[in-house]
Design a protein around this ligand. Structure first.
Ligand code: ZN
Length: 178
């Protein structure tokens, strides 16, 4: 697949198909969106939000979560806020998210099968891998927790607006989580 992509890319550049997308690094809507890496959202989310190239910083991970104070999502948000002028943040989780019901118990046999040693797993279990790979179970609660993790983060300025939403993975409809 990567080889096909590389061929496509040569043609894309040669045909100057990039021209409609030329912009600078500053998000013109002063917006950041923290959302899930789900492939159903790849095109749907920006289209449903009316976002075009250059409009917003879109930060993605499995679930659209903030897991700790030093989480990479927080780091990205700090860059977006302090370096790139972001003033508003949308946390957007989605219906039927794969990260909702995941569990370390499901990963474990696959990891063993794919060559990860039992002793490595035992070591990671002492490091809290079970909680780390645990799903969030309740989407609304997860949106609230994520919004709260951003709003209460000591390095996030208080004037940044942070709001939480769930997007329908099929229709793109947004519902705000209060
Ligand atoms: Zn998801």
């Amino acid at each position: 697949m990567i080889e096909e992509i590389l061929l496509y890319n040569k043609k894309f550049v040669a045909d100057k198909e990039y021209e409609p997308y030329v912009t600078d690094k500053y998000p013109s809507k002063k917006l950041a969106v923290l959302t899930c890496m789900d492939t159903r959202l790849t095109e749907l989310l920006p289209k449903a939000l009316g976002l075009r190239n250059g409009d917003a910083k879109i930060i993605k991970n499995a679930g659209g979560l903030v897991l700790s104070e030093t989480d990479s999502a927080i780091r990205s948000l700090l860059v977006a806020i302090y370096e790139l002028g972001v003033e508003e943040v949308m946390v957007v989780h989605h219906s039927t998210c794969g990260a909702c019901h995941m569990s370390y118990g499901d990963f474990r046999p696959h990891m063993l099968e794919r060559g990860v040693a039992e002793e490595t797993l035992a070591e990671w279990e002492t490091k809290g891998v079970e909680q780390w790979l645990e799903g969030f179970h309740d989407t609304e609660a997860s949106v609230r927790n994520t919004v709260s993790a951003i709003v209460t983060h000591p390095l996030v300025p208080k004037d940044v607006v942070v709001r939480g939403f769930i997007i329908d993975s099929v229709t793109g409809a947004l519902s705000e989580v209060k």
